[in-house]
Write a protein that binds this ligand. Structure first.
Ligand code: PLP
Length: 375
């Protein structure tokens, strides 16, 4: 069976973990944490990066930093992972969902402004498949209405919007290093702070509501409980693993892009049949996080998944819209999200991992073309 995902190992991870173990500092905020954070600050111009145990945790930090409280409204796409919404719902927010774009699953920026009310606090964008949302439009709407912008860049490492790295554009941003992501450490995440006014408080929230980070730097002579917070920082064992991956970012990206191109060239005839392929707008780059097809119906997708499974290939669907999920259906207003529903029903993700070989990609392409009888 060709699995949907197989976490890539650079081979250096265990050596770095051993180094962390023998360093005498295995808890968080040690040498490897700092190296990883520095990588993001230096390469992507992020003002302050803080590693977290997941992207979910980084999103929860965003909700705390923005002081989200009961009754606040947050605008975000319905076609996203549950954590994008849950982080804000935990603080009492009401989520105002927005539909996706016709040509790709990102939030439709032309539908955002009409959703704004006096209670709106923030717009959360999700760069689906690592492809940028239309940030200039979104930033100008946010500026006009004095709203915060958070980028959920869970899938967005090493991708750009008009030359600006994803994760460096919104007031705050989050990344995921879950094993399905381009760079991974099993479970992991990062909070990117681009508005300096959040830095000091973010470090406190990160360290259980204490000023321990300042204490380690020798800025205060004892550390105290100074705010709310939680234990958001990962151990040095995780960050040692992550650093080994970051060092190989270029190699990983080159291979992923090559697989992505091979897929695209192999299946581009499907466009003539009305099957959708990933669309990269001019303002965006492609980090090859994902290759997907958009089938013409849900039925067709189910049949294609079965056909691929019979041929030992594991292809999978993705998000289930949040606006009509069992948890949120009753809380959501009556608006329908037809385009997001199309992605829920018709989008199919193909296997994409660094150690796949060209033959495996060809085999998947061959089986897809056979299914559509165009071989
Ligand atoms: C858009 C988005 N946001 C957040 C997350 C949560 O990431 P994590 O598993 O690191 O908490 C995911 C997970 O895949 C995601 O796709």
């Amino acid at each position: 069976m060709i699995p949907f995902n197989k976490p890539f190992l650079t081979g250096i991870e265990t050596a770095y973990i051993e180094q962390a173990v023998h360093s005498g500092k295995i808890s968080g905020n040690g040498m490897f944490t700092k190296k990883c954070q520095h990588f993001f600050e230096k390469n992507y111009g992020i003002k302050k990066a803080l590693l977290t145990t997941s992207c979910t945790d980084a999103l929860e930090m965003c909700a705390l930093l923005l002081n989200i409280k009961e009754g606040d409204e947050i605008i975000m796409p319905s076609y996203t992972f549950v954590s994008t919404a849950n982080a804000f719902v935990l603080r009492g927010a009401k989520i105002i969902f927005c539909d996706s774009k016709r040509d790709q699953p990102n939030i439709d920026e032309t539908k955002i402004e009409r959703l704004i009310s006096p209670k709106t606090k923030a717009i959360i964008v999700v760069h689906y498949a690592g492809v940028a949302c239309e940030m200039d439009t979104i930033l100008s709407i946010a500026k006009k209405h004095k709203l915060f912008v958070v980028e959920d860049a869970a899938q967005g490492i090493e991708s750009y919007y008009k030359g600006r790295p994803l994760g460096s554009i919104g007031h705050l941003a989050t990344f995921s290093f879950h094993e399905t992501k381009n760079i991974q450490c099993g479970e992991g995440g990062l909070l990117a702070i681009n508005d300096k006014k959040f830095i000091e408080r973010a470090e406190i929230i990160w360290e259980k509501g204490t000023n321990r980070a300042a204490f380690w730097r020798g800025e205060v002579n004892k550390y105290n409980w100074v705010d709310i917070g939680s234990s958001f920082l990962p151990s040095e064992i995780n960050t040692a693993f992550l650093y080994a991956q970051l060092e190989e970012l270029e190699t990983i990206q080159n291979r992923r892009k090559s697989i992505w191109e091979q897929y695209y060239k192999g299946v581009d005839k499907l466009i003539e049949l009305g099957i959708g392929l990933p669309y990269i707008p001019e303002y965006a780059t492609n980090n090859a996080h994902m290759f997907y097809l958009i089938c013409r119906s849900g039925k067709e997708r189910t049949k294609l998944i079965e056909h691929l499974k019979e041929n030992e290939i594991n292809a999978v669907f993705h998000y289930i819209c949040l606006h009509d999920s069992p948890y949120y259906k009753e809380k959501h207003d009556v608006r329908e999200m037809p385009i997001a529903k199309k992605y829920e029903n018709c989008l199919l993700r193909l296997p994409l991992w660094v150690d796949m070989n060209d033959k495996e990609v060809d085999l998947i392409v061959h089986n897809i073309l056979k299914f559509y009888k165009i071989l």
